[in-house]
Design a protein around this ligand. Structure first.
Ligand SMILES: C[S@@+](CC[C@H](N)C(=O)[O-])C[C@H]1O[C@@H](n2cnc3c(N)ncnc32)[C@H](O)[C@@H]1O
Length: 191
């Protein structure tokens, strides 16, 4: 079907997806989100990319597939059990996993050090947003998903999403686009 990119998934993706289901991990990124991430990663040759929230590595797989030889990806998660799935399946010298609280990572990283940030955890999205955006280089991209209502949202989450969208829309240094694709994406570029 046109608009379904799962057929073009990187080799490790299906195996990680099977492990994800077996683990009962219920926050996985969709294939169409991954396909867009791979495209954006490929647009940053030699770039430094950051994923906040590795999970089991589904989006990591797509991001890694988009890197050129000189690009690097750092993926951060606080949960060793889920991140270990990604570590097992995605061994690559251009990819570094960090087991840490995303908040600590964001607070300790140098400003303007990343060309693309996929913020897929609470920190970087609903916490420490300004510090996370400060990590973007000029022209860098900030990507988030789960902007459309999801069945696993906790009570009251829509209000948080609305507030986040408003903050991003009104940010003086960002050009923001809302995309009704997969679980609902926002892509913002730092001026
Ligand atoms: C939406 S899932 C990530 C999904 C993943 N990117 C994928 O492609 O399937 C959110 C992840 O954030 C992690 N997480 C939650 N709180 C965190 C924190 N404070 N710091 C870092 N990671 C955190 C969870 O362990 C979970 O794996």
């Amino acid at each position: 079907m046109f608009g379904d990119n799962a057929h073009a998934a990187p080799p490790a993706w299906a195996a990680i997806q099977a492990r994800t289901a077996a683990l009962g991990f219920d926050m996985p990124s969709e294939a169409n989100t991954g396909a867009l991430l791979r495209l954006l990663a490929a647009s940053k040759p030699g770039g430094w990319l950051l994923e906040l929230g590795t999970g089991t590595g589904l989006a990591t797989t797509w991001l890694l597939a988009g890197l050129d030889a000189g690009a690097r990806l750092v993926s951060v998660d606080v949960d060793a059990v889920v991140q270990d799935v990604a570590r097992e399946h995605l061994k690559n010298e251009r990819l570094r996993f960090v087991l840490a609280d995303g908040l600590d990572y964001v607070r300790s990283a140098p400003p303007a050090s990343f060309d693309l940030i996929f913020a897929d955890a609470w920190p970087g999205k609903y916490e420490a947003l300004d510090q996370t955006l400060a990590l973007l280089k000029r022209g860098g991209l900030y990507v988030i998903d789960d902007m459309l209502p999801q069945p696993n949202w906790p009570e009251g989450h829509q209000a948080r999403v609305d507030a986040l969208v408003e903050r991003l829309d009104n940010h003086p240094d960002l050009v923001v686009t809302r995309i009704a694709w997969a679980s609902g994406l926002i892509i913002a570029a730092r001026r």
